[in-house]
Design a protein around this ligand. Structure first.
Ligand SMILES: C[S@@+](CC[C@H](N)C(=O)[O-])C[C@H]1O[C@@H](n2cnc3c(N)ncnc32)[C@H](O)[C@@H]1O
Length: 336
């Protein structure tokens, strides 16, 4: 089954994601490509473990979903997200039996290594989300990335590194076959946590189901009589903090870009399209500015597009509100 980010809970549970098989082992595969690994690997268990697959490519997501469905693997959840967002916000602590990474993108150019997944911050995050006895399983053809990942695992201070043979299923993926055809071999390492560090989930919540929930970021304000929405121009705001122990890409800061403002034909008001970037998580959200009938306006995050509520999304509502204040609006209530 394919899940969007907004379909998950933060954090989620195996009982909710796999209601028929909640007690089976739980395996996460990062960058599953066209999905060949899981049918081979699942077949090595008496009962298929619960599967969570995360990929950046939408085409791969659809191919893999078809493959798993054809193999009858129904206790499988696939999603299109950056892996760190899924692991940090969705996977509960101490929940996974394994995190499998087959042939990750090597980012071979100098200066690109902080695009690599298997760096010390990811190993600490992984250690916090694995069960005791769980492991990260890496298979790669890339000598330099393999050494880099092993060094980063040591550097994390929470992983033991064992060099072993790859599980046969990892040698049946599209990339495994591609490299085998070129006569190249594959390295395999098993990274076992030696400690369970605390890596907290972010301040992320679902968009509430109730129509008028006060938990949706909002503000109430009165626009000046001469307010002219045509004064709108693209506008960028930045804030939040960067995590001390991680690179900029893993930071908890946000960037909000207000891209455009659209007039509603059906309602008294406008919607603002905002682009919100927080580390690897990017969301396009709509912030409505709607007349309330008493002369005031409600600025509120719209449900449209399935946003999740993060510090950056709250900041988007704050940025729209701030832009209106700069034009003379008087804010009577802030709920963001
Ligand atoms: C070289 S391919 C390997 C695919 C597959 N594992 C195989 O062995 O055939 C790497 C895959 O990882 C995915 N990927 C890269 N970075 C990712 C990330 N941060 N989160 C999830 N998937 C990622 C890419 O989209 C790509 O499909």
């Amino acid at each position: 089954m394919i899940y969007r980010l907004s379909d998950f809970h933060f954090p989620d549970t195996a009982a909710r994601l796999y209601p028929d098989t909640p007690h089976r082992p739980w395996v996460l595969e990062v960058g599953f490509g066209d999905g060949r690994f899981w049918p081979h690997y699942a077949a090595t268990f008496p009962e298929a473990p619960n599967y969570l697959g995360v990929e950046l490519s939408g085409v791969s997501l659809l191919k893999a979903e078809r493959r798993l469905r054809a193999a009858g693997l129904t206790n499988a959840v696939l999603t299109k997200l950056p892996a760190t967002v899924l692991v940090r916000e969705v996977v509960p602590e101490g929940a996974l039996d394994a995190i499998v990474v087959n042939f990750p993108d090597p980012w071979p150019k100098a200066g690109h290594t902080d695009h690599r997944l298997l760096r010390a911050p990811f190993f600490r995050l992984a250690a916090s989300r694995l069960k005791p006895g769980g492991a990260v399983l890496l298979t790669t053809d890339h000598d330099e990335y393999f050494e880099f990942a092993c060094a980063e695992a040591e550097e994390s201070g929470v992983m033991r590194v064992d060099l072993t043979d790859a599980p046969p299923a990892a040698l049946e993926t599209k990339y495994a076959l591609k490299w085998r055809d070129l006569g190249l071999g594959a390295h395999h390492a098993r990274f076992t946590p030696t400690a369970q560090p605390q890596v907290p989930h972010g301040a992320v919540t679902r968009y509430p189901d109730e129509e008028d929930s006060p938990d949706v970021p909002h503000a109430i304000l009165t626009l000046p009589p001469d307010f002219d929405p045509r004064e709108f121009g693209k506008h960028t705001a930045r804030g939040g903090q960067t995590r001390e122990t991680a690179s900029e890409r893993d930071g908890t800061g946000w960037t909000v870009v207000l891209l455009d403002l659209y007039r509603s034909l059906g309602k008294d008001g406008w919607v603002c399209l905002a682009h919100v970037v927080e580390g690897e998580l990017t969301q396009e959200v709509l912030v409505g500015v709607t007349g309330r009938g008493d002369g005031s306006h409600l600025v509120r995050l719209a449900r449209f597009g399935g946003p999740i509520i993060t510090p950056g999304v709250k900041a988007a509502v704050g940025t729209v509100t701030g832009w209106l204040e700069e034009r003379g609006a008087v804010v009577t209530h802030r709920g963001y």
